[in-house]
Design a binder for this molecule. Structure first.
Ligand code: NDP
Length: 434
């Protein structure tokens, strides 16, 4: 706190983690003796760089780029790149910190990293996006590689951006299929990677419900965001029989009493890159709430899937969600719930699935993409999807069983943190890093 007083999100992620792992440390004092926590808190490397680029009017613009290579105990750094005007060191560090434990939970050989830029892709032409990505990669390429650090997408970075980043890396270093994941299918992207985070989130919820002899059938669901994670969470939830009534973007939210028309949302977001209120032009019964956060909605639902951004659920909004009758909050986004909002959910016995467990499907399939790239063999959609489902089941069970073992009760946050930490800490010790 004294060292980074302004890094609010980073301190929040660390506080959430530290608040839960004591029972594990009590039973495993070796990690305290070896001071492993202090070591773990400092990123192995934090790179900050300048990204000059030219807009369509021929003017020079400049943004800041980041790559946080947080922990490589379990494998090459792995984590997405985010393009959003709010990006700063604090956000990069919180995301990279969480990524360490998320990646550990997948049981795949990947370390934790994250990166991005305060570049705002909204309203930029395709040419501007391309020139920006090329300039970013001119610098980033010095620090990444298929066996050292493998970036992927995140907010504002999808297949188009990964394509431009990949092209520039190739021009500078030659063809290396495994240097980025989330690639388009034409050049060694993995089937089901686009869907993976959203599908994985819903699989996680499905396993949780199955444990209680329940299913998603006829469950009422609200989803925040309408980007990559949100779209495929809606798709899988609908496929498994749930009714999804609302989604959003940063301009407001839409509620459709007949259930969200996903093809329309995909058209608006994936094809035309428009704002969510365009939804109303084809669905007259739907309502748009301009400038509002979807968690302000007062409608009855069972499951909330926050899939937009950090700290979107405040304690006030959590209280509204409880009043609406929500039973499960499962995070597709990273840290969408503030610590205080989490308290409200806990006080009301709402089941809460932390992002580092429930949204790990994206990075898991990214690691499967790396495996396919190394093998030089593409897997079928069904194979990747099956592996994803199995990985999400394992993650859910690991979180559940770890919390039962250490706390004698189900607490998925504590379970995720303790299980994620154990593997990383063991690896750090055995590698002689203390
Ligand atoms: P996208 O850029 O595809 O979509 C983000 C969505 O969230 C958009 O609808 C966007 O609206 C909305 N949003 C973003 N910032 C805000 C804000 N400040 N207020 C309100 N709405 C906002 O990103 P993704 O779907 O890839 O990522 C969403 C979340 O999921 C992030 O937290 C990300 O870290 C996390 N995640 C993503 C993974 C992936 O594989 N893509 C993997 C694991 C986690 P608008 O367009 O108006 O900005």
């Amino acid at each position: 706190k004294e060292k980074y007083p302004d890094q609010k999100e980073y301190l929040q992620a660390v506080a959430e983690f530290m608040g839960t792992i004591e029972p594990f440390l009590m039973k495993n004092p070796i990690y305290v003796e070896k001071n492993i926590l202090e070591l773990l808190l400092i990123p192995e490397r934090l790179i900050e760089f300048r990204i000059p680029w030219m807009n369509d009017r021929g003017e020079w613009k400049v943004n800041t780029g980041y790559r946080v290579q947080y922990n490589s105990a379990l494998g090459p750094y792995k984590g997405g790149m985010r393009f959003h005007p709010t990006v700063n060191q604090s956000i990069m560090k919180f995301l990279a910190f969480e990524q360490i434990f998320k990646n550990s939970l997948t049981s795949l050989p990947i370390g934790g990293g994250k990166g991005g830029s305060d570049f705002d892709p909204k309203g930029k032409s395709d040419g501007e996006i391309m020139r920006f990505c090329q300039s970013l990669m001119q610098e980033l390429q010095k620090y990444i590689g298929p066996n050292t650090d493998v970036p992927a997408g995140d907010i504002g970075v999808g297949g188009r951006e990964i394509g431009y980043l990949f092209g520039e890396y190739k021009r500078l270093n030659g063809y290396q299929s495994g240097v980025l994941t989330g690639k388009p299918l034409a050049y060694w992207g993995s089937l089901a990677r686009t869907e993976a985070t959203g599908y994985g989130l819903v699989y996680f919820v499905q396993h949780l419900l199955n444990d209680q002899k329940e299913t998603l059938k006829d469950k009422k669901v609200l989803v925040s965001g309408s980007g990559n994670v949100a779209i495929y969470a809606i798709q899988k939830a609908q496929e498994l029989g749930a009714k999804v009534y609302g989604c959003s973007d940063s301009s407001g939210y839409v509620i459709d009493p007949d259930g969200i028309d996903l093809e329309l949302v995909r058209d608006i977001k994936e094809v035309n890159r428009e704002r969510i209120n365009v939804y109303l032009t084809q669905r007259p019964k739907a309502k748009f709430y301009e400038g509002k956060n979807i968690w302000e909605a007062t409608i009855a639902y069972d499951i909330a899937l926050p899939c937009a951004t950090q700290n979107e659920i405040t304690p006030e909004l959590a209280k509204i969600m409880v009043k609406n009758g929500v039973k499960v909050v499962a995070e597709g986004a990273n840290m969408p719930t503030t610590l205080e909002a989490l308290e409200v959910l806990n006080d009301n016995q709402i089941i809460y699935c932390p992002g580092k467990a429930s949204n790990a499907g994206g990075v898991a399939v990214s690691a499967l993409e790396m495996a396919q790239n190394a093998q030089r063999l593409p897997w079928t959609f069904e194979k990747v999807d099956q592996e994803l489902n199995q990985i999400m089941k394992n993650i859910y069970e690991t979180c559940r069983d770890t919390s039962l073992a250490y706390l004698s009760k189900e607490d998925l946050v504590a379970g995720a943190n303790m299980a994620g930490f154990e593997k990383v800490a063991k690896a750090m010790l055995s590698q002689g890093l203390v």
